[in-house]
Design a protein around this ligand. Structure first.
Ligand code: OOG
Ligand code: MG
Length: 256
């Protein structure tokens, strides 16, 4: 356990790295902090954003796929926060100068249609979702070369930087749909099955994480279920993700 003062200082440090686009070194190398501390730092980061006028509009899961776990060398699912300032319109522009070393990954998004009491034992989370969409997430670890520990990445709001939601549509089962992401010269293909075996399971994992971390679930929140493939570098031009049965979503990266 670290002190509330240390939590505030570390949140300020990571917040500064994001705002200045200046990477920092792993916190875990120099400070002994645990996973509870890491989520406390993440909450303090969100509070700083809210204080600046941003609105918390959703949550994201991370490391729900083996490819991502292997890419980052971790073994546990993580949860992070999304704000309105991170949202980019489908097909819309995003300045690469906002980021340190952005990568992009294909995701499935869900939308909550009612508030959920996380202390209520018998929640049917699937009935609290009214829409889903293909999505893209731009991750941008504040840590140099994306080198971080499990506690580091949680403190750093799970590398959350920006996201794009494609057309919302009624809920349907996509347990094993083809996923294709193209960004510049890079292309990755995979399956929605990579997301915990079926992306719908991400909703159950989310409820569990929110209970453990005391994170509220509210109507209207956007939920990113986690990447279906490893992330690829975001380069200037259009990045597009297609998920069979769900459609496409794109973003246009500007700058160098
Ligand atoms: C952490 C973010 C992981 C996902 O979808 O698995 C994530 C990172 O890879 O830097 O967003
Ligand atoms: Mg992600």
């Amino acid at each position: 356990m670290i002190t509330p003062n240390e939590i505030a200082t570390l949140a300020e440090h990571l917040d500064g790295a994001q705002r200045d686009c200046a990477d920092v070194l792993s916190l875990a190398e120099t400070i002994d902090f645990d996973i509870d501390d890491a989520y406390a730092i993440q909450s303090a980061l969100l509070a700083r954003r809210v204080q600046r006028g941003e609105r918390a509009i959703g949550l994201k899961l991370g490391f729900t796929s083996r490819a991502k776990m292997a890419q980052m060398g971790v073994t546990d699912v993580i949860v992070g926060r999304l704000t309105d300032a991170m949202r980019i319109a489908d097909g819309g522009p995003v300045e690469l100068s906002r980021f340190i070393h952005p990568k992009i990954e294909p995701e499935v998004a869900y939308r909550l249609c009612r508030d959920i009491d996380i202390d209520e034992q018998l929640v049917d989370i699937e009935s609290c979702v009214d829409a889903m969409a293909p999505a893209l997430e731009i991750i941008d670890s504040r840590f140099r070369d994306f080198r971080f520990t499990y506690t580091d990445v949680v403190a750093d709001n799970t590398s959350a930087a920006a996201f794009v939601i494609g057309p919302w549509q009624p809920l349907r089962a996509v347990p094993n749909s083809a996923v294709r992401l193209i960004a510049g010269d890079a292309e990755v293909i995979g399956s929605t099955a990579a997301i915990l075996g079926d992306p719908i399971r991400a909703l159950h994992a989310l409820l569990d994480m929110c209970r453990r971390r005391r994170i509220p679930l509210r109507a209207g929140q956007v939920i990113l279920a986690g990447a279906a493939t490893a992330a690829i570098p975001l380069t200037p031009g259009v990045a597009e993700c297609e998920i069979t049965g769900l459609g496409t979503v794109a973003v246009t990266a500007k700058g160098v």
